[in-house]
Design a protein around this ligand. Sequence first.
Ligand SMILES: C[S@@+](CC[C@H](N)C(=O)[O-])C[C@H]1O[C@@H](n2cnc3c(N)ncnc32)[C@H](O)[C@@H]1O
Length: 195
Amino acid sequence: MNDRLGQPGLPHGLVGRMLGGVMRWHNRPDNEWTLSLLDIRDNEQMLEVGFGPGAAIRLASQLNASVRITGVDHSPEMLAAAERLNHDAVAEGRVRLTLGSADHLQFADNSFDKVYSINCIYFWPAPARGLSELYRVVKRGGLVAITVRDKERPPYDAFRPEKLTNSLIEAGFSSVAINRNDVPSHPLICAVGTK
Ligand SMILES: C[S@@+](CC[C@H](N)C(=O)[O-])C[C@H]1O[C@@H](n2cnc3c(N)ncnc32)[C@H](O)[C@@H]1O
């Protein structure tokens, strides 16, 4: 097991399953806010990287039943939890969940209209590589949203607005908008890059 990642970066075992339950309610505002910034349209193809317990995927599929959502997470424990939470949508073929890593996505170029990752980039082995992968798989004109905690201590300080903007531009995005939720008790930043 990878000690660098800890339970939040790679949930595993009983503790990982319990943490998944905590994430479902604690990160609900993060999911709602991020999806609201993505302006989901009918029949879009979406991708979430690092879906954890799968709550944002369920929310997206409830917000618009016509979208198709793919999820990638490297934790087998979270894959099982997300499959349980999204059982019906998976059975109907509206949601597809897979094991995989941000730095090597198993999808063709230009596959998705909207791509998002919430509370996850801190754990990527090579964030620049991961952002290049997100750029590769999103369609031209599509959006990529990266949501992080708005805090000035590690690991969050490596993803302050200016750094996040520069990283997205270096990955190829033509423009980046920085959003803040302005909730002091639960401060978040979401960088939305346009390809
Ligand atoms: C802190 S949890 C956040 C889960 C969910 N997005 C949320 O906000 O509730 C981070 C998740 O990202 C996954 N993860 C971390 N690094 C990853 C990587 N390189 N590739 C894919 N998934 C990763 C972990 O397994 C975990 O499920």
